[in-house]
Every structure is written in structure tokens, then in C-alpha cells.
Design a protein around this ligand. Structure first.
Ligand code: ACO
Length: 331
């Protein structure tokens, strides 16, 4: 049975840098508050009119180039996002069209911050059963157009940014290399603790002026509950993944956690007893780009030379749903 290797990585972030100071001009907040609680110093926002599919295309072309492949080599697209360009259809088909890959399947994954890990698990299953050999796996997010940029929305608005990350995963017969296992979880009891309530197909009409006035078309979050769950579930998922392969934290060369918040990453690191060198963090530059954080961080880690052939990599995510999951990869 073939294994799944990560053959190439890529990312794209918009050029526009939005600093914490820039946000103070829009809402009552401060650089000190944001840095102290989240570690975020700046994030990127898309220019008017740039789509998620466009960002995804740029990240994908970089990933394909680094894998030494062409778009035509891709057998299937798996795209994770919580901010689709349109509600119908999913962003996957727009990316497929941008890449000129008519005919191959495009699957959208809706697992929020865990989308990339969920997507990797789906791609890995396709590859192991032999259905596809080369899959383009993308996490892309445009958060900036959907945030309440007034003081009312500041607890959420300061956290998020825009960006895209991609990985080309391919079947390998090389012994010991590739995705060793993936582990997915969800607990819908936490669904309303981090969600975007409207527009909702449960209601007719799906949105009203009253809902807009109340700001219930913006994401909302119980920050403390999200924090509490994230710092419990992420270390558990890492331990689960390592144990499933007879490995321990000392074997880990690099952990790439979902970049939710620096304090969450630090707590996960402490609970697992990992050194700074074992944990990837780039949240200070991009904020939380939800499904895109892990593939962007992975692409940067590769370019910073933090992964060498044979290294043990673990990806771990937690997000809205709640959803969470992990993957261990022999690089
Ligand atoms: N700037 C200034 N003040 C703010 C801001 C802001 N951006 N946001 C909230 N405040 C105020 C609050 O109104 C509150 O004021 P009050 O005491 O007068 O009521 C005060 O700051 C403290 O608010 P808390 O909510 O208690 O702040 P807390 O220390 O819990 O930090 C935070 C909030 C950073 C959101 C924290 O709960 C957290 O990190 N949660 C995790 C959430 C997260 O990472 N979500 C990302 C998405 S989910 C994911 O990716 C896993």
C-alpha cells in the first residue's frame, strides 16, 4: 500500500500589512493588549476584489513548482476554508478553474481551523487506497472582509488574517517515509462557542436588517472556553499521534500547531515539554489565518531549513466545531 509524502509546499499572503497600530485607528484597542494576549504584531488583508481562489492558486503554483510538478499532474483538489468565496459552489472548483484542471474532482472541507489536518487525512486515505496519486491540498482564508472592525468586535477582529498555504501530496513506495497516521476528532457541543450565526438556512429570510444591526453576521467567540479547550485537546492529539506510532515527544523534530494565538502555542509546548526549536510559530506576522495557518507555517519551515529528510513532523490543530486533529509525518 502506498504512503502519502508531502512533495512540495507553497504559500501566498497578500501584500497589505495591517499592524496592531492600524487597528487602533478603527477600534478601541492597543498594541500592548494584542501582543500580550495573542503574540500577534501584524496580519495581512486582501486588496478589494482578490478572491480566495486567486490566493489559493498562487500558493498552489508555488507548491507544485517546489515539488517539480505541473498543474496537469494533479489528480484531485482538496481545499479547506471557512470563508468560501461564495456560499455556492465551494472555492475548490474556482481554484480548479484557475489552474485549468477541468474534470478532476474538487472537494471542499469545512472543518475550520482543523481544515488542513482534516484535508490531509482525506488525501492520505485516497492515496493509500490507490484512488489518486497526486493531490493538491490547500488551506485558504479571507477573514478581513467578514470582521466587525468596530470596538464591538475587537475581541475577534484583532486575531484573524488572510492567506493561503498549499501542499502537494503524492503516493510514495519509499519505506518509512510519509504520513504515518492522522487522528481526527470533533465535539459539536461546543459549536456555538465559536461560530458565525447568520446568514442561516434555518431561517427565512436567511438574514434580516435586525440581525445586521445586532452584528450577528460576524463571527463570535467565547475566548476563554476556546482557550481552555484548545490547550487540552491539542496536546492530547499530539500524544495520541505519537503513541499510535510507538513514538514519544523526544522523537519529534518539529511540531507545527495551528497558529491560533501565541499563548495557546506556548501552553501546548509547555504541556508537552517541547523546546522552542521543536515548535514552529509565525503568528506574530500573520495572525490566525484559520485553515491556512498550518500550510503557511509548513511552507515557511521548509524554506527556513527546519525540516530534513527523515525528520519527524507533527501537525496539530484545534478550532471551531469544536474540531481537532493531528498528523505525524516522516519527512
Ligand atoms: N483590545 C483591547 N481590549 C479588549 C480587546 C481588544 N482587542 N478584546 C477584548 N478586550 C477587553 C475585554 O472587553 C475585557 O474588558 P473588560 O474586562 O472591561 O470586560 C478585557 O479586554 C479582557 O477580556 P478577556 O476576554 O477577559 O481577555 P482574555 O484575557 O480572555 O483574552 C483572548 C481574550 C485573547 C481572546 C483569549 O480569551 C484567547 O486567547 N482566547 C482564545 C481564542 C482564540 O485564539 N481564538 C482563535 C480562533 S479559535 C482557534 O483558532 C483555535
Amino acid at each position: 500500500m502506498p504512503r502519502t509524502a508531502i512533495a512540495g509546499t507553497g504559500y501566498y499572503v497578500p501584500e497589505r500589512v495591517v499592524t496592531n497600530h492600524d487597528l487602533t485607528l478603527l477600534m478601541d484597542t492597543s498594541d500592548e493588549w494584542i501582543v500580550e494576549r495573542t503574540g500577534i504584531r501584524e496580519r495581512r488583508w486582501v486588496p478589494e476584489g482578490m478572491s480566495g481562489a486567486e490566493m489559493a492558486k498562487r500558493a498552489s503554483l508555488m507548491a507544485l513548482e517546489s515539488a517539480g510538478l505541473r498543474p496537469g499532474d494533479v489528480d484531485a483538489i482538496v481545499l479547506a476554508t471557512l470563508s468560501p468565496d461564495h456560499l455556492i459552489p465551494g472555492t475548490g472548483v474556482f481554484l480548479q478553474r484557475e489552474l485549468g484542471l477541468e474534470g478532476i474532482p474538487a472537494i471542499d472541507v469545512r472543518a475550520q481551523c482543523s481544515g488542513f489536518v482534516y484535508g490531509l487525512s482525506i488525501a492520505d486515505a485516497f492515496i493509500r487506497v490507490g484512488q489518486y496519486r497526486t493531490i493538491l491540498l490547500v488551506g485558504v482564508e479571507i477573514q478581513s472582509t467578514g470582521l466587525d472592525l468596530t470596538t464591538r468586535g475587537r475581541d475577534v477582529a484583532v486575531l484573524f488574517g488572510d492567506g493561503a498555504g498549499a501542499a502537494v501530496v503524492t503516493a510514495t513506495e519509499e519505506d518509512g517515509r510519509g504520513v504515518l497516521s492522522t487522528h481526527l476528532h470533533a465535539d459539536g457541543r461546543g459549536a456555538e462557542l465559536l461560530w458565525l450565526e447568520f446568514a442561516s438556512s434555518k431561517h427565512h429570510p436567511r438574514i434580516t436588517e435586525e440581525i445586521l444591526r445586532q452584528g450577528r453576521h460576524y463571527p463570535s467567540m467565547d475566548g476563554k472556553e476556546v482557550f481552555r479547550n484548545a490547550v487540552a485537546r491539542m496536546p492530547e492529539a499530539v500524544q495520541e499521534a505519537l503513541a499510535a506510532n510507538g513514538l514519544g515527544v523526544a522523537d519529534l523534530d518539529l511540531l507545527i500547531p495551528h497558529q491560533a494565538n501565541l499563548r495557546i502555542t506556548q501552553m501546548v509546548q509547555r504541556r508537552l515539554g517541547l523546546s522552542d526549536g521543536q515548535v514552529m510559530s509565525n503568528i506574530h506576522r500573520y495572525g490566525n489565518t484559520t485553515a491556512a495557518t498550518i500550510p503557511i507555517a509548513l511552507a515557511e519551515a521548509v524554506r527556513e531549513g527546519r525540516l530534513e529528510r527523515g525528520d519527524l513532523l507533527c501537525l496539530v490543530a484545534f478550532g471551531s466545531g469544536f474540531t481537532w486533529g493531528s498528523a505525524v509525518v516522516r519527512w
